[in-house]
Design a binder for this molecule. Structure first.
Ligand code: 0A1
Ligand code: ZN
Length: 863
């Protein structure tokens, strides 16, 4: 039967339906005759029947029609196409299948499969892009050895790269040339890659622990070569780190990274040939912020680490995506923590989790880290799979301790090397080498939602006994009305309210029941509870701690994360009170900030994080009904008071941080961060004179961190100097796409009253295009997370974003669908806003020709 997929009857893939493949493809040879308008792809597949069955072989396609199909060297006619799948009846147990197709990379706006970017040709195959290049069983449990031959015009495409090692190349008479690459490691087709382009490389050699030389290359346009040193250094550092920390060595003679400007995600871990969004490669102090530098190192490390956690051991099916992604994010987070301040890194990661994953887990698109069903797999590259997945690995690492965790990962890599594994395989290794029972812990893989932990402590001064009561509950999520108690590893410690010293050592309490009590003896003074230290479990903690307790912890806790957390909680309580009641007492927050600024033990990067107010959307997450205007007003009032009360302090911090010349070091980064935070507070309180200070910083800056920090301060403020600054910035960087993205996003994120009008105008700017995902995200994506502007009362913000997404869907469904979630939060807002948001989601669902990517996201958001 023809499996017709329509929006009303979406095809759903279910985890429980997994069956091993009927046919395997141990070998494949690909021959590309490259041309942007018409590329010919010949594929030769050696296929073998996997077991006793009569099934034909089914090769996934992406809408192409085969020009020829041959079996064992003979053209055949009894093939058929069923819903884009090429079905070929086969009689024996082993055959050779040859197909030829033609594809048009320059017309590929989805950026999946083989496409053109900036005049070069490149590929993106994860999750299901390979089928758009050639007919193949496009599933991660079919592993093949690849031989790739590419032929192309030599002047236009002088560089030809593919996975594995280069084996041969040559020139043809007609101005064309060819190259052949072989990859000795069997891999699933989602890891296939090739690049043809006019590129130059920043090269280096890395010698592995066992003495093998690896040729490294970062490939970019000639003009970008000077911006590749940082990525190359990060790569070498990551290679050494993975040997030291996980005992994992690189396995090929070549490791290449190619930067492309048009890319749907951050980067891709193709075997030996990573392809990167250029924003995660290119950096120099003049064009990239400290944040960009850090993100580049993290993404380079992430993709490199995938060589083991993803490539050598891959996923059996896409429901296991978190097996490679959660683990690899955990690995890249640990790597970054080792490069600078681990505390600041943890704060940043938790902030990211709370900004993206907690709302996802509380909304209509909530899913467990190992989902049960999907319509479009691209929609499951989510903060839940990646970031909550990393937290789940982290909890196991915490419970096992470093030694046993390493033994468990060694076991996992050894046992499953060269195979396509499952999340269950990973957990079983943790259990076996860790010597613990993870039976109940497995719920983290199957149950969605963020657990809420309530903690309260009762103290009897007479007997010296303190009893801590912990309870947990998880709210229902779509399709999961009843939740079971989870395993929650909570690092906790008590502090004496009088001595400000710890009462006993830190404990790792593993909460498994709905409610548990823990007793502490000989507690002679009132204890203050420090809980979920280091954010040991990805939960929401509710305590009855007073503002005084939080202020106390923000000054005395010896776990930097807990200290930050106490400060954040104090700020949140104050801001929620302000939003609810129209005013709040700001003094406790101001005092806590002074204490933090005064503490000589704290590094400046930590101080900058600690004194920063929670985002508007995180404040909204604490309220039963989000009131964007009230939140904005309360936050501005607190910002102004902090600026006013501590004006002299901020100026002193600002001046103290100003003396340094640019250097990319943890110390210098911390000073720059605090300087911009201080500038923000000075501006919150000041008028024209503060704007002049920001403008002076903008003009004098010798690096993008200071320049963009000043620009943001101006663009968020009332002074007309912002217009001059925006013009200068634009003219200076008009030929640099990545910096222009900042120019767009800085304006889209402004809390000013006129942001919607600005953004509407920018959508018509000559440099705006939906065809480039970075640019689309810089304007539309940034605007839709600007809580105040996006939710401005009359719904014009929703309409603008919806218009853009409908237009974008026609070009690039994956990137469009990723921008749906802000509209899907309609239940969190008042009825008037909720109705307006729902109406836009309905408009999306009703759009003729809508992609299944968008249909899944929008229709689920309406449920
Ligand atoms: N595996 C990559 C993420 C990625 C997924 C899909 C893509 O297709 C457009 C691209 C990249 C990673 O985790 O980095
Ligand atoms: Zn990844």
């Amino acid at each position: 039967m023809l499996d017709v997929q329509t929006a009303a009857h979406p095809h759903v893939t279910r985890r429980e339906d997994y069956r091993p493949p009927d046919w395997l493809v141990p070998e494949i040879a690909l021959d590309f005759d490259l041309d942007p308008a018409a590329t010919r792809v010949k594929a030769t597949l050696h296929v073998i029947r996997e077991s006793a069955h009569d099934e034909p072989i089914r090769l996934d396609g992406g809408g192409q029609v085969p020009i020829t199909v041959m079996v064992d060297g003979t053209p055949i006619n009894d093939w058929r196409i069923e819903d884009e799948t090429l079905v070929i009846p086969l009689s024996g147990s082993a055959h050779t299948i040859e197909t030829e197709v033609e594809v048009a990379p320059e017309r590929n706006t989805q950026l999946m499969g083989l496409y053109a970017s900036g005049g070069n040709l490149c590929t993106q195959c994860e999750a299901e892009g390979f089928r758009r290049i050639t007919f193949f069983p496009d599933r991660p449990d079919v592993l093949s050895r690849y031989k790739v031959r590419m032929t192309a015009d030599k002047a236009r495409f002088p560089v030809l790269l593919a996975n594995g090692d280069p084996v041969d190349s040559g020139t043809l008479g007609d101005g064309r040339h060819w190259a052949e690459w072989h990859d000795p490691f069997p891999k699933p087709c989602y890891l296939f890659a090739m690049v043809a382009g006019d590129l130059v490389a920043n090269r280096a050699t890395f010698v592995t622990g066992s003495g093998r030389e690896v040729a490294l290359g970062i490939w970019v346009r000639a003009g970008d070569l000077s911006k590749t040193d940082h990525a190359l250094e990060a790569l070498k550092t990551a290679m050494a780190w993975d040997e030291r920390v996980y005992g994992r060595e690189y396995d090929l003679d070549v490791f290449n990274i190619v930067a492309v400007d048009d890319f749907n995600f951050g980067a891709m871990e193709n075997k030996g040939l990573n392809i990167f969004n250029s924003r995660y490669v290119l950096a120099d102090p003049d064009t990239a912020t400290d944040y960009d530098f850090d993100a580049i190192a993290a993404v380079v490390a992430h993709e490199y680490f995938h060589n083991w956690s993803g490539n050598r051991v891959t996923c059996r099916d896409w429901f296991q995506l978190s097996l490679k992604e959660g683990f690899t994010v955990f690995r890249d987070q640990s790597f970054s923590a080792d490069q600078g301040s681990a505390a600041v890194k943890r704060i940043e990661d938790v902030r990211g989790l709370r900004a993206a994953q907690f709302p996802e887990d509380a909304g209509p698109l909530a899913h467990p880290i190992r989902p049960d069903a999907y319509q479009e797999i691209s929609n499951f590259y989510t903060a839940t799979i990646y970031n909550k997945g990393a937290e789940v690995i982290r909890m196991m690492a915490t419970m096992l301790g470093p030694k046993r965790f390493r033994a468990a990962t060694d076991l996992y890599f050894e046992r499953f090397d060269g195979t396509a594994a499952t999340c269950e395989d990973f957990v079983a290794c943790m259990e076996e080498a860790g010597g613990i029972d993870l039976g109940q812990f497995r719920l983290w893989y199957s149950q969605a939602g963020t657990p809420r932990v309530t903690a309260s402590i009762e103290h009897d001064a007479g007997s010296g006994r303190a009893v801590l009561t912990l309870s947990q509950r998880t709210l229902p999520t779509p399709g999961e009305p009843d939740k079971a108690p989870m395993v929650l590893p909570l690092r906790l410690k008590l502090f004496g309210a009088e001595t400000a010293k710890p009462i006993g050592p830190e404990q790792l309490v593993i909460l498994t029941g709905a409610e548990e009590r823990i007793s502490f003896e000989t507690v002679t003074q009132r204890p203050v509870l420090s809980i979920n230290r280091g954010f040991s479990a990805p939960v929401i903690v509710e305590t009855d701690r007073t503002a005084a307790d939080l202020a106390f912890l923000s000054a005395h806790d010896d776990d930097p994360f807990a200290r930050y957390e106490a400060m954040q909680q104090l700020m949140l309580d104050t801001l929620v009170a302000g939003a609810n009641q129209g005013r709040a007492n700001h003094q406790a927050v101001i005092d806590a900030i002074v204490n933090t600024l005064d503490d000589p033990q704290l590094d400046r990067a930590f101080v900058a994080e600690a004194v920063l107010l929670p985002s508007e959307s995180f404040i909204g997450d604490q309220m039963p009904v989000v009131d964007p205007e009230a939140i904005f007003t309360a936050r501005e009032a607190l910002r102004r008071d902090i600026g006013h009360a501590l004006d002299a302090r901020w100026r002193a911090e600002y001046d103290a941080a100003s003396a340094t010349r640019f250097e990319y070091s943890p110390l210098a980064k911390g000073l720059r961060r605090l300087r911009t935070v201080a500038l923000g507070y000075i501006a919150a309180n000041g008028g024209d004179e503060a704007a002049a200070l920001a403008f002076a910083q903008f003009e004098a800056a010798d690096n993008m961190t200071d320049r963009q920090g000043a620009l943001t301060t101006l663009v968020n403020g009332a002074s007309d100097r912002r217009i001059a600054a925006l013009d200068i910035f634009y003219n200076r960087y008009s030929d640099n796409a990545l910096v222009l993205d900042k120019w767009f996003s800085t304006q889209a994120l402004s809390p000013r009253d006129d942001t919607l009008a600005t953004v509407q105008e920018l959508a018509g700017h000559r440099d705006f295009t939906l065809a480039n995902p970075n640019r689309a995200r810089a304007l539309v994506g940034a605007f839709s997370v600007n809580q105040r502007a996006f939710h401005s009362g009359n719904g014009a913000g929703y309409r603008f974003v919806t218009d853009q997404l409908i237009a974008l869907d026609k070009l690039n469904p994956q990137t469009a669908a990723k921008l749906i979630p802000p509209l899907g939060r309609w239940r969190r807002f008042d009825a008037a806003r909720g109705d307006l948001m729902r109406a836009e989601l309905e408009r999306i669902v009703g759009t003729p020709g809508l992609s299944k990517d968008m249909f899944e996201q929008a229709s689920k958001s309406l449920e």
